[in-house]
Design a protein around this ligand. Structure first.
Ligand SMILES: *[C@@H]1O[C@H](CO)[C@@H](O)[C@H](O)[C@H]1NC(C)=O
Ligand SMILES: *[C@@H]1O[C@H](CO)[C@@H](O)[C@H](O)[C@H]1NC(C)=O
Ligand SMILES: *[C@@H]1O[C@H](CO)[C@@H](O)[C@H](O)[C@H]1NC(C)=O
Ligand SMILES: *[C@@H]1O[C@H](CO)[C@@H](O)[C@H](O)[C@H]1NC(C)=O
Ligand SMILES: *[C@@H]1O[C@H](CO)[C@@H](O)[C@H](O)[C@H]1NC(C)=O
Ligand SMILES: *[C@@H]1O[C@H](CO)[C@@H](O)[C@H](O)[C@H]1NC(C)=O
Length: 464
């Protein structure tokens, strides 16, 4: 029943069914995703994949968001998905560690640019259908599925992307079941990739697989009609927990979309609370005129997931440093900022930062939720500064303000495509609900892009 139930719910969902908080959060999520996807093109791994794929990607009308380049929708879904997650700066569902927007938005925008005449309202409705799919599916198997080592964002992402694209394709009920089922067999992503080039690839591939599955369903590819709930289907094969019936019964009654949150810092979400605390301690230390070179000890008492996910004492790359509480502490105290710049390879190699990171330790405490932390720093003469972060910035109870989101977007995007284009992109994403054709959104900034150098390879390959 579950696959059929999801297909039927998604196909009947209309813009008018979406509550105002759902629409608002969907728009914010797409805006935040857009900033990450455009800005993410600065990372070498994105250029590397693009360079390698040039001989295989077909010409098309879908936009690589951070550089001048138009290719077929499947290739663009992969590239924008990769770029949107590479900085680990995207979004997080409160009740699971799913970063929901990446797989769905990356597939849906590329697909809409191919299709043409997709209105902002239809786009948002399909986006919400995809988001709800991912999060309900994730809740049905969390935490067992995640704890065994699956990267839950991508394992549910292909299904969310298939549902979203399938909706725009106006699939029949049965075709949608096949689309869901075909997406579900393309399971991708394990924790072993965290901190490496492979992690953002999970999101790109999930987007691409989802789009592929919807197109294949329209084309007539058949398979299991009950691919999610079958005894040997997705839920039962990838998880020892199966609560899919209960969660799918509340599709459209409880909206997971409103429980999405945006990352304040470009690193694993469990580091946000301790970073918040260390940045506060830095402010106190500056006020008291304490010297950072006198620091002898840095600690955090946090949820044990910080140790499970980020206990890397000696990261060698910016991507690895996104999973290192040692690096996070050192940059928070020495620089007082955690933006993509502080997670670059160059900053990771900085010897002052490396030296301070050796003084950091974390104590896991199950009674502390992952949005809280107690941090403490010992300075010379035994002076101790400490603080308790009850609700980290960006958590559900302390969400990023519109102003923070604007600054975050413009900072990422201006660096990649210039300030003027960044302003256009910012406004276009926030006002998408009124668009008659989603192609207008990307035109506001991609049409003015000039050729940009990649860090690796020949920049001319981007120009079609
Ligand atoms: C791109 O769009 C143009 C104009 O609408 C159309 O003529 C062309 O066939 C499209 N190209 C592809 C590959 O879809
Ligand atoms: C989009 O709609 C316009 C106006 O109705 C029509 O002329 C055009 O052919 C449509 N394009 C596509 C790709 O469906
Ligand atoms: C969608 O498909 C249904 C049949 O499944 C058809 O009645 C309807 O007209 C289609 N809508 C669009 C916009 O193509
Ligand atoms: C299954 O999901 C329902 C609906 O959210 C929830 O009330 C229930 O506690 C869940 N059961 C398990 C075993 O997770
Ligand atoms: C290393 O980081 C410190 C703290 O931000 C900074 O003062 C110093 O200039 C950096 N050193 C190099 C070589 O970049
Ligand atoms: C810092 O203090 C903690 C808790 O007292 C201790 O476990 C840790 O070893 C100390 N670290 C250093 C570098 O002294």
């Amino acid at each position: 029943m579950a696959t059929k139930q999801l297909a039927s719910w998604a196909l009947t969902l209309q813009f008018a069914n979406l509550t105002t908080p759902v629409v608002d959060m969907a728009v914010k999520s797409l805006h935040n995703w857009g900033g990450c996807a455009i800005g993410g093109y600065h990372q070498p791994v994105v250029a590397l994949v693009q360079d390698a794929m040039v001989p295989f990607a077909a010409p098309g009308n879908s936009s690589l968001l951070g550089i001048q380049g138009f290719y077929d929708a499947q290739h663009v879904a992969l590239m924008n998905g990769l770029a949107s997650h590479v900085d680990d700066y995207d979004d997080t569902h409160v009740d699971t560690p799913i970063h929901p927007s990446g797989p769905v938005a990356s597939a849906l925008l590329a697909f809409s640019e191919w299709k043409g005449n997709v209105t902002g309202k239809d786009f948002l409705t399909a986006f919400v259908a995809g988001l709800e799919t991912e999060m309900k599916l994730g809740l049905s198997v969390y935490p067992e599925h995640y704890d065994i080592g699956w990267h839950i964002t991508s394992t549910v992402g292909s299904v969310g992307a298939a549902v979203a694209c399938g909706k725009l394709l106006n699939l029949t009920q049965e075709e949608m079941q096949f689309a869901i089922s075909t997406a579900s067999i393309q399971v991708i992503g394990m924790h072993s990739s965290f901190g490496t080039d492979q992690k953002p690839f999970h999101i790109g591939r999930a987007a691409q697989s989802g789009l592929f599955s919807a197109v294949m369903a329209k084309g007539g590819l058949h398979g299991a009609l009950d691919g999610l709930e079958d005894k040997l289907g997705w839920v039962n094969v990838v998880s020892t927990r199966n609560n899919i019936t209960d969660y799918f019964n509340i599709l459209g009654k409880v909206w997971e979309t409103t429980r999405n949150t945006f990352k304040p810092y470009p690193c694993d979400r469990v580091l946000h609370a301790p970073i918040d605390g260390w940045v506060q301690v830095r402010k106190q230390a500056l006020e008291q005129g304490l010297s950072f070179s006198s620091i002898t000890n840095i600690t955090a008492r946090t949820n044990p997931s910080v140790l499970f996910l980020t206990d890397n004492p000696d990261p060698q790359t910016g991507l690895a440093a996104k999973f290192s509480f040692y690096h996070a502490a050192a940059i928070s105290l020495l620089i007082g900022q955690a933006t993509p710049t502080q997670f670059s390879d160059e900053v990771v190699r900085n010897t002052t930062i490396k030296a301070l990171s050796k003084k950091v330790s974390v104590i896991g405490d199950k009674t502390i939720p992952d949005y809280s932390a107690y941090v403490s720093v010992t300075f010379g003469n035994g002076i101790v500064l400490d603080t308790h972060v009850e609700h980290a910035i960006g958590s559900l109870a302390n969400p990023l303000s519109d102003d923070y989101l604007r600054v975050k977007f413009l900072d990422q995007v201006s660096k990649q495509i210039g300030e003027e284009n960044a302003q256009c992109a910012h406004m276009a994403f926030l006002n998408m609900v009124d668009l008659r054709d989603m192609r207008e959104l990307t035109k506001t900034f991609t049409s003015k892009l000039t050729r940009r150098d990649s860090r690796r390879g020949d920049p001319s390959v981007y120009i079609m």
